[in-house]
Write a protein that binds this ligand. Structure first.
Ligand code: FEO
Length: 391
């Protein structure tokens, strides 16, 4: 449990959550990391903390470098408890520390921990504080991910402590991007963006504009791997994701009762593929919705299918659509489909929810009972013509 050096007098003192498999509904099959950072200067400064059950481990790392009572500033970039959860314990160990946070950060920390006698220093955007030899500048980034979020920029070392932005849920002994397989880190960063940050994309764009003039050697997020060799690559991806820029790809997301909706799904896939649109089949019984949403981040065509059950769609499909609507992806084309026995309401409900997502809508496909080859061929021919209008 040793600290890991980023640059001279700057250390990672966070903790790895190897066993985490679910983060409030987000499937974290690679675990996660809560990154805290210690800066040794005249005013010893800790940036963020870890979840309370990992507090002792964080303190062991800190104790390799200094006595916790020597901590002068604790920068709270974000109130959410995965980063602030150890503050109540820590403030017992570092009784004289001042918590540096945004105005909403102060309100949020008081609302969470009810401890009004903590020392706070509330900072504004562009404000700088001196730690002695080093200076930290604050960039308020509300809604990336909560109203309180801010980033801290270590001026002399060109390190951006970005909190949730640029993070990934990865448990790993490696700390830096060039020590890992880059494809995995970007894939997890994409999943993180899609599930956590996507609804606030317009504010991410503003945040990107605020950080773009800064020389950045490292981006040190609050989860996962630290970016130092691929800073430009990940910032380019963030700009693309924040702009809702999609690719010529499609997703066929569905659940099925007796296989009829699945047959329609395969017909839809073949129609898209015949028009040069790469597609992915995503059975909701086999894929976690947080993984599906990662694919939604870059796909232009979102096709969603359900058979009718009790005058409605299957619960897996309504769960997906409710989640999708909240994440608010833009610039997509939606297609509803499904089989039915008598009422046939599901496809219409799916269509309505896709409309509520703000998607352009293709003509809904609904087929009674088991589709035969003739009906599927008709569906395919019509769909190919419709797809041709978009590609
Ligand atoms: Fe990693 Fe919004 O907390």
């Amino acid at each position: 449990m040793k600290p890991i050096k980023l640059k001279e007098n700057i250390y990672w003192v966070g903790e790895i959550d190897w066993d985490l498999r679910n983060f409030h509904g987000y499937s974290t099959q690679r675990g996660s990391t809560y990154n805290a950072y210690l800066i040794l200067d005249e005013k010893i400064t800790l940036i963020d903390t870890v979840r309370p059950y990992l507090y002792e481990k964080m303190m062991k790392r800190i104790s390799h470098l200094t006595a916790p009572s020597n901590i002068h500033y604790i920068i709270s970039n974000h109130v959410e408890m995965d980063h602030s959860g150890s503050l109540p314990h820590l403030m017992e160990a570092a009784k004289n520390a001042t918590i540096v946070t945004s105005p909403n950060g102060q309100k949020g920390l008081i609302a969470h921990y009810k401890n009004k006698d903590w020392n706070f220093r509330v900072v504004k955007s562009d404000e700088t504080i001196s730690l002695g030899n080093k200076n930290i500048k604050f960039i308020l980034t509300p809604m990336v991910h909560w109203p309180d979020n801010m980033m801290s920029y270590l001026v002399e070392d060109n390190i951006l402590f970005s909190n949730d932005a640029f993070g990934q849920h990865i448990a790993s002994s490696e700390r830096f991007d060039d020590e890992c397989f880059q494809g995995v880190v970007v894939e997890e960063a994409k999943k993180y963006y899609a599930n956590i940050v996507l609804p606030y994309s317009s504010l991410v764009q503003k945040a990107m504009d605020l950080i773009s003039p800064l020389p950045i050697d490292m981006i040190a997020p609050s989860h996962g791997i630290i970016w130092r060799s691929y800073v430009n690559a990940i910032t380019d991806e963030y700009r693309k994701w924040a702009a809702n820029r999609t690719e010529k790809t499609g997703l066929i997301i569905y659940d099925t009762m007796w296989g009829s909706t699945e047959k329609i799904a395969h017909t839809i896939q073949e129609a898209f593929e015949s028009r040069g649109v790469c597609t992915k089949m995503l059975n909701l019984r086999k894929n976690h919705i947080s993984d599906i949403i990662a694919d939604v981040l870059t796909a232009r065509f979102i096709c969603v299918g359900s058979p009718t059950l009790n005058s409605n769609m299957l619960p897996t499909v309504s769960g997906l659509l409710t989640y999708l609507k909240g994440l608010s992806p833009k610039n997509r084309v939606g297609l509803a489909f499904g089989s039915y026995g008598w009422g046939g309401q599901a496809a219409g409900h799916v269509e309505n929810l896709l409309k509520e997502c703000g998607f352009e809508i293709m003509e809904t496909i609904k087929i009674q009972y088991v589709p035969d080859e003739i009906i599927l061929q008709e569906v395919s021919d019509r769909l190919k013509k419709e797809i041709a209008k978009y590609v």
